[in-house]
Write a protein that binds this ligand. Structure first.
Ligand code: 5AD
Ligand code: SF4
Length: 438
């Protein structure tokens, strides 16, 4: 063990990778290494990668090339995450200088790797979520934020025809309630007051309670609410088919649950939803939204959309635009369809790039406008903001509203960690500006 050694971790993609990166950080620190923001000086460089779209995957290889050329010569390069899982052999071919390839369900073995030279640990891509979480809980959390992610569920059994997740993260696994509560209590000891529960299919959660009885997400959220120190709870990301009535009702009767929901719909066309194997219709989506708004009138909704999926014609695209207009979102993510090797839709006839790009532009213009309209309603109003960090400019701090909007205010960093009442004075496309109400 050498106290002077350092590590650098870059996280790509989803929030679950951010969580995994934090866990790798805990392992490195337990081995006496310290974090650095300078990859060129780091002894260990970790790229925690994303495989969801081709662009994200290619970023891994371009970053690897840069790290290899410019970094120290005696450093170790580790590729973790979903590209590691999906393309372990290819990484060895395209970047033979990589020292370790570590799949997302095997990242706990970083501990073994750091414990001593082990030439056999080259590519580790076992699916062992139980071992992962069992091992990870041995490490002290090094969280210095008031808000934290907590992975409660991993993997997916839904097999949407565009998606690599069932192949890279494996089948659905839910952690037990006592284990999750134990992790949150440790976070509370570090000052955490807000948790975002994570899972690729978080509302499919079905973990055992202390008696072994299987429980759903609403039960878990209520259990977490009993912890006084936790002031806010959110969850991401959900599937419409798992939006059960008890979960919908919880939005109306659990005051710690944030007033927002990310519920990806992907398309507003029943034909495309079928081709995507989403196993739900646009009508079901509307029904869920209607019920949600009945229980929580002002709930802020966000979604994910894919444009230019194989088979999408003008009418299908118009159906999606119609769905967006009918629902009204606070913010959303939209992507051009990217064929992923090994997934069913990748073999289908692809749409011309120009069509995809034109449709994406139309969609993003509409979604941006909806976000501005949503934010505008807050002008001169008050929102509760959990101040979590320094802002972009000097003398500024920022945080999230209960609707998950970014809010910046002039303020002293000593208010970081508090929920403050903010009067909104200005808006930009993706954030709000205000001043603290005294
Ligand atoms: N192409 C484009 N977007 C995709 N997503 C998942 N797979 C693909 C793909 N092959 C999007 C979906 C999902 C989000 C995380 O990424 O919208 O909800
Ligand atoms: Fe991917 Fe989500 Fe579909 Fe699962 S439900 S296959 S994670 S898009």
């Amino acid at each position: 063990m050498n106290n002077t050694k350092s590590f650098f971790i870059k996280s790509f993609g989803c929030q679950m990778n951010v969580y995994d990166s934090d866990k790798m950080k805990d392992i490195f620190i337990s081995h006496g290494l310290s974090p650095t923001d300078d990859y060129q000086a780091a002894d260990y460089i970790v790229l925690n990668t994303c495989h969801i779209r081709e662009k994200a995957t290619e970023k891994t290889y371009s970053d690897l090339g840069r790290v290899h050329k410019k970094g120290k010569t005696d450093h170790k390069i580790i590729v973790a995450g979903c590209v590691a899982q999906a393309e372990g052999d290819l990484i060895q071919l395209r970047a033979p200088y990589v020292d370790l390839v570590l799949g997302p369900q095997s990242l706990q073995l970083l501990d073994t790797y750091l414990s001593g030279p082990n030439p056999h640990l080259k590519t580790i891509t076992e699916f062992d979520a139980i071992d992962k979480f069992d091992t990870l809980k041995r490490f002290k959390t090094n969280n210095h934020s008031k808000s934290s992610f907590v992975t409660i569920q991993e993997g997916c059994d839904k097999f949407c025809t565009f998606c690599v997740v069932p192949y890279t993260r494996g089948s659905e696994y839910s952690r037990s309630i006592p284990e999750i509560i134990e992790e949150i209590k440790k976070l509370i000891d570090q000052g955490v007051i807000e948790v975002t529960l994570l899972g690729q299919n978080v509302n499919a959660y079905h973990g055992p309670d202390e008696t072994g009885k299987e429980r759903g997400l609403s039960y878990l959220i209520n259990k977490i609410s009993e912890l006084d120190s936790i002031k806010r709870i959110a969850y991401s990301t959900s599937h419409p088919n798992n939006m059960t009535d008890d979960l919908i009702e919880l939005h109306g009767n659990n005051t710690k649950l944030m007033s927002c929901l990310h519920l990806p719909v992907q398309s507003g066309s029943n034909k495309i939803l079928k081709l995507m194997n989403r196993k739900h219709t646009r009508e079901l989506y509307f029904e869920i939204i209607e019920k949600l708004r009945k229980h929580k009138t002002n709930i802020a909704l966000s979604s994910d959309f894919i444009v230019g999926f194989p088979g999408e014609d003008e009418k299908d695209f118009t159906d999606t635009i119609d769905l967006i207009n009918q629902v009204g979102f606070m913010n959303s993510f939209s992507f051009k369809y990217s064929p992923r090797p090994g997934t069913p839709a990748a073999d289908k006839k692809q749409l011309p790039l120009k069509v995809q790009e034109d449709r994406l532009k139309i969609m993003q213009t509409l979604l941006n406008q909806q976000e501005i309209d949503f934010n505008k309603k807050f002008l001169s109003k008050r929102v509760e903001v959990l101040i979590s960090s320094s802002g972009k400019y000097k003398g500024q701090v920022k945080g999230k509203s209960e609707f998950n909007q970014s809010v910046a205010i002039p303020g002293n960093p000593n208010i970081i960690g508090n929920i403050v009442s903010v009067q909104i004075t200005d808006i930009s496309v993706h954030s709000l500006i205000g001043k603290a109400e005294i």
